[in-house]
Design a protein around this ligand. Structure first.
Ligand SMILES: *[C@@H]1O[C@H](CO)[C@@H](O)[C@H](O)[C@H]1NC(C)=O
Length: 796
């Protein structure tokens, strides 16, 4: 199969390419240059400048009176030629001898009287109807038109063997225009037609029907008559005309168009057709004239299944309604359609009826229709679209007596919702109910057929689906488009819902859990609603976006934001807001977490790193620093009394007193030693601070003993923060004995830091290195500094 299709596909592609190329080369031509439309241009002649590639040429409704060989011979690709409604009087078929592809020729509605024949074999459609031919225009060459499907003819007289040349062809449609037919006195004509599917006679539109021809047909399937004008006198003429035509057992379809008749004659025609093999009888555009009175009708056994009458004009104003309706209501057929007829009523059949299908679209039937009518027991489909029904309750009540009713269409009426107190009368068999285009409101959901599967409520006045609705467990398809609903319905009451149509409502923030609730949904159409693009809509957009595009119809194009103004017109697909700005709980949690982290870190800092103490010290430090900055150098010099303060552990005092102090004092460096220079009466701390503040530098003698001494740490701390000396380069560290890193308690991290940062002076054990060590120490003192006490000494 696939292999078979491929060449076709390839050809198709080729054709497309050709069209595109042609379209680009001839830029000013129409979309396709193969079709040339020259209809209704008032042409008198065939134009000379037709594109030679023309395949379809329409020159209908002009004033062309002649068709010559040179007019069209160069159109070698011509397939379709429409020349209807012109003024051509003569035609020589040889003008088409170069149009070998011509298969469709419409010459109807001209003034043709004569044909000159010439063999053309390709015709499929040849229309010569509505011309001025006297006899049927059949050339013997038509016998070779083996592809001919449609043949349109016209004549004013008929002869039995007129159609003989084409009797072997299997035509599907003959249109025979007998508009100009006139009756010859005392003469009955006859015509034999063979092998035909559809035979269509058109008679004169204004003359009374008068054709008296015996037409015999073989295998006719479809008979159509157009323009029949009857009164009580010539009614028999039609029936005689039909008697031969309707004899064949194959005739199933009989159609009458534009019929003007008396009621008596119409009933007569029905009565004539009743025993015939016709199964489908249709009458379009029926006018009833003169009067309508009671006619006897015998409902014998009939093959007729369906009678369809569309568009009835009743020109009788005073008549018995019963006379009219009884003929129809008692018919023993299956399907009856009477539409567009201004019927105000229809009777209930007197005995159990055969009707399964009744269609009374576009009449003026009222609520009284079929009330308490218990004979429509087989009725399955009832269509009462576009009538004057008002009472919803009465419509329900009507169905109560129709035990087989499955489909009810009462759309386009004026039905109003039931009042609350009434009970609910629907027959249970209804599966499809069409209530669209009425004025129903929310309460319609309180009373519906319990087993309905398809419910059409579009174009009503529903604002919401009430909470306490009837359970419609069989409901599969619900159409509530064009109402004023503000939310999607839940599926609590409609547990089988699989199709929901709710476009053009007022749904602004649909519930997001719709898809969780309604898991049988196969299709939803919710476009063209005024969606509010705010946080609440996010979940819905997510869910609808996740559902496949087959489920969500019209997605994404008909789903747009309506509000707020800044989003108006944005497709829901493109609407995004962040998770955080929508979720209040999440926002609270985030803020809470941040606060908690801060609190924990502050607590940690306070408890383990002694933050408050540091803060206090830093505070002091900044204050002192500010103070210090305001003290000029001279004043500073005045306050300093020593070159150095020495801090050491009691255990190392021997080295300090025997080695360090003598060595420094030998260089005129004045030392503040706490046992020597301490002011009695002051606390130890005050003394230490005092001593440090009055000294230019502080020397620390580091050793494992020092590390263990609490006082020493204080001294180190104060010295480090002695801010009278800019640059705070006021510490000199002497490492007397090596200190293992881990022996420094962790709380003295200051010392640790100093140990790693600063270069300290190590006391060498070898005697030879002592000289360099002292030199280094001496270099650390700036001798230019003249101490306040020295000055005083000199003065004294
Ligand atoms: C209901 O009737 C309207 C027209 O009156 C039609 O368009 C619609 O398709 C019908 N609904 C169903 C479910 O048949």
């Amino acid at each position: 199969m696939i292999q078979d299709i491929q060449p076709i596909v390839r050809n198709f592609r080729f054709i497309c390419i050709v069209i595109i190329i042609a379209g680009t080369i001839i830029q000013f031509s129409d979309e396709s240059e193969f079709v040339v439309d020259m209809s209704k241009l008032g042409l008198v002649h065939v134009p000379k400048d037709l594109p030679p590639k023309t395949e379809i040429l329409d020159m209908s409704q002009n004033y062309i009176s002649e068709l010559q060989l040179s007019d069209i011979s160069f159109l070698s690709r011509l397939k379709v030629l429409r020349l209807s409604h012109n003024r051509i009087q003569q035609l020589d078929f040889s003008v088409f001898k170069f149009n070998q592809d011509l298969e469709y020729l419409d010459l109807s509605h001209n003034q043709l009287q004569k044909l000159s024949c010439h063999p053309i074999v390709s015709f499929k459609h040849l229309d010569l109807s509505f011309n001025d031919f006297d006899a049927l225009p059949i050339c013997k060459e038509f016998g070779n038109l083996t592809q001919l499907n449609f043949l349109g003819l016209s004549a004013t007289k008929l002869q039995q063997l007129d159609l003989l040349p084409i009797s072997h062809l299997h035509l599907s449609y003959i249109l025979l225009d007998l508009g100009g037919y006139y009756v010859k006195e005392n003469e009955t004509e006859s015509l034999q037609i063979l092998n035909m599917k559809t035979l269509h006679f058109v008679f004169h539109p204004d003359r009374l029907f008068s054709v008296q021809v015996n037409i015999s047909v073989n295998t006719l399937g479809c008979l159509q008559l157009t323009n029949i004008k009857l009164n009580n006198k010539n009614c028999q003429v039609l029936i005689t005309f039909l008697s031969e035509l309707t004899r064949g057992p194959t005739l199933l379809n009989f159609t009458l168009n534009n019929v003007e008749t008396t009621w008596k004659c119409l009933v007569g025609v029905f009565q004539f057709l009743w025993p015939k093999p016709v199964e489908f009888l249709s009458i379009y555009n029926l006018t009833i004239v003169e009067d309508i009175s009671e006619e006897k009708f015998t409902y014998s056994k009939t093959a007729l299944k369906a009678l369809k009458i569309e568009h009835v004009t009743n020109e009788v104003f005073l008549f018995s309604q019963t006379a009219l309706y009884t003929v129809f209501s008692e018919m023993n057929i299956i399907m009856l359609t009477i539409s567009d007829s201004s019927f105000v009523h229809m009777l209930c059949p007197q005995a159990p009826s055969t009707f399964k299908f009744l269609n009374f679209t576009r009449n003026v039937l009222t609520d009284s229709i079929f009330q308490k009518c218990s004979t429509l027991v087989r009725l399955e489909t009832l269509i009462l679209q576009k009538n004057a029904l008002k009472d919803f309750y009465k419509v329900g009540l009507m169905t109560k007596e129709m035990p087989s009713l499955e489909i009810l269409d009462v759309s386009w009426n004026s039905l109003e919702s039931p009042r609350h107190e009434e009970n609910c009368p629907w027959v249970e068999s209804i599966v499809i109910l069409n209530l669209s285009s009425n004025i129903l409101t929310d309460s319609v959901f309180r009373c519906l057929p319990p087993r309905v599967k398809v419910l059409d409520l579009h174009n009503n006045r529903i604002r919401s689906i009430p909470k306490e609705v009837m359970k419609l467990e069989a409901l599969q398809e619900l159409n509530v488009a064009f109402n004023s609903l503000t939310d999607l319905p839940g599926c609590g009451a409609f547990s089988s819902l699989s199709v929901l149509i709710i476009h053009h409502n007022s749904v602004s923030h649909p519930s997001a859990d719709f898809f969780q609730n309604c898991h049988k949904i196969r299709s939803i159409q919710a476009g063209n609603n005024p969606f509010q693009c705010t946080c609440e809509l996010r979940e819905f957009v997510k869910n609808i976006g996740q559902a496949s595009s087959e489920v969500v119809e019209g997605w994404p194009d008909s789903y747009k934001c309506h509000y707020p103004e800044s989003y108006k017109g944005t497709l829901l697909k493109d609407f995004h807001v962040s998770q955080l700005s929508c979720n209040t709980a999440l926002l609270m949690v985030t803020i809470g977490a941040a606060v908690l982290v801060l609190a924990v870190s502050v607590t940690f800092l306070c408890m383990y790193l002694d933050l408050p103490w540091y803060l206090r010290m830093v505070c002091q430090w900044t204050q002192t620093r500010r103070r210090a900055r305001n003290i000029p150098l001279e004043e500073l010099q005045r306050t300093l009394q020593f070159h150095a303060f020495i801090s050491y552990s009691e255990h190392d005092s021997a080295w300090v007193k025997n080695e360090l102090v003598p060595c420094l004092e030998k260089e005129n460096i004045r030392i503040c030693l706490h046992e020597r220079n301490f002011v009695p009466g002051k606390s130890i701390v005050e003394n230490i601070i005092n001593c440090i503040e009055k000294s230019y530098k502080s020397i620390f003698v580091l050793s494992p003993n020092f590390v263990q001494s609490e006082w020493c740490h204080y001294e180190l701390y104060f010295a480090h923060h002695n801010l009278f000396h800019e640059g705070s380069d006021n510490l000199i560290l002497i490492l007397l004995e090596p200190i293992p890193q881990n022996s420094i308690p962790s709380k003295y991290h200051k010392l640790r830091a100093l140990m790693t940062q600063r270069t300290y002076l190590e006391w060498p054990t070898e005697k030879s290195k002592h000289g360099l060590f002292w030199a280094n120490i001496r270099a650390a003192f700036n001798m230019k500094l003249i101490l306040a006490t020295e000055n005083n000494d000199m003065q004294t």
